[in-house]
Write a protein that binds this ligand. Sequence first.
Ligand code: UT7
Length: 319
Amino acid sequence: MFARIAGVGSFLPGSPVSNDELARRGVDTTDEWIVTRTGIRTRYLAESSCTSSDLAFEASRRALEAAGTSAAEIDLIIVATSTPDYIFPSTACLLQGKLGNVGAMAFDIQAVCSGFVYAMSVAEKFIRSGSHKKALVVGAEVFSRILDWQDRTTCVLFGDGAGAVVLEASETPGILATASHADGSQHNILSVAGQVCGGKVTGDPFLRMDGQAVFKFAVRVLSEVANECCGAAGVASSEIDWLIPHQANIRIIESTAKKLGLSMDKVVVTVDQHGNTSAASVPLALDAAIRDGRIQRGQKLLLEGVGGGFTWGAALLQF
Ligand code: UT7
């Protein structure tokens, strides 16, 4: 029994916000700096009333439609997010309520930008065990809420959005291998270190990052975990039809592709349009390449995430 992708959907709030627009809004930056260092040209920023569960709901509706599945048939909901609507209930339970599903197991995963790949790996194990038949796996973020707009080294990099996948039990091959890792000794290179205490946020509520340390870490672990995943499935990296990596920086994506011996025409890139949407970035990229016809049924896809924790992971699957 495999866990196979039955349908994919995604959602981006509002209209694209260009690098020049950020500069006009007062960020001390230029389009040239952002494009050269990151590849980012635009990102989407949600209105203040819009939450991660709102974005997750729109993405999930589209994924359910693509899968030809009703919300009532879903028996497992996992939402990967670092920007939940509430401390509790989980964003997965809030999404469940919006979808009108009653009874599915629903919980969040917090693995920052690796969250979606972690969630796929967890859902796959539930399905393979036979305990669950249809899972809704979502990455949803309103990262704009945790950005310090005075810190140009981070605020230009991130955006908001959501992507969702319906995974179902199938005898046709689906997920072939997954690998997920973390190294908590590196927790301080990318964090939001604030806490809630006595009804107030104490400490720093904004995202802080040692960009160069994150860059080096990401380049190393993304190729390692890709090779681990391919090795576990007995698939050579040359057999991968599409690499769908976390969308943080085009230079990280290019280095990973080079290390894996993959040409860039086998890599799905959306960082230019979406910026870094953390847990949403991989399913957003996956959905874009399915809907524009690049990804076809039967092809081998390698999904990869890396982010705060530090966490990283990959999922190799036959679409
Ligand atoms: O999801 C995982 C999370 N994040 C990532 O994967 C990000 C990983 N890291 C990176 O992508 C890169 O390290 C950055 C894009 C964040 C930074 O690129 P960099 O080439 O490492 O630049 P830098 O931090 O060394 O900064 C170079 C210069 C500095 O000026 P000085 O000190 O050389 O005068 C910065 O102050 O660029 C300046 N700078 C900016 N200039 C204009 C930093 N941010 C900006 C900005 N606009 N937005």
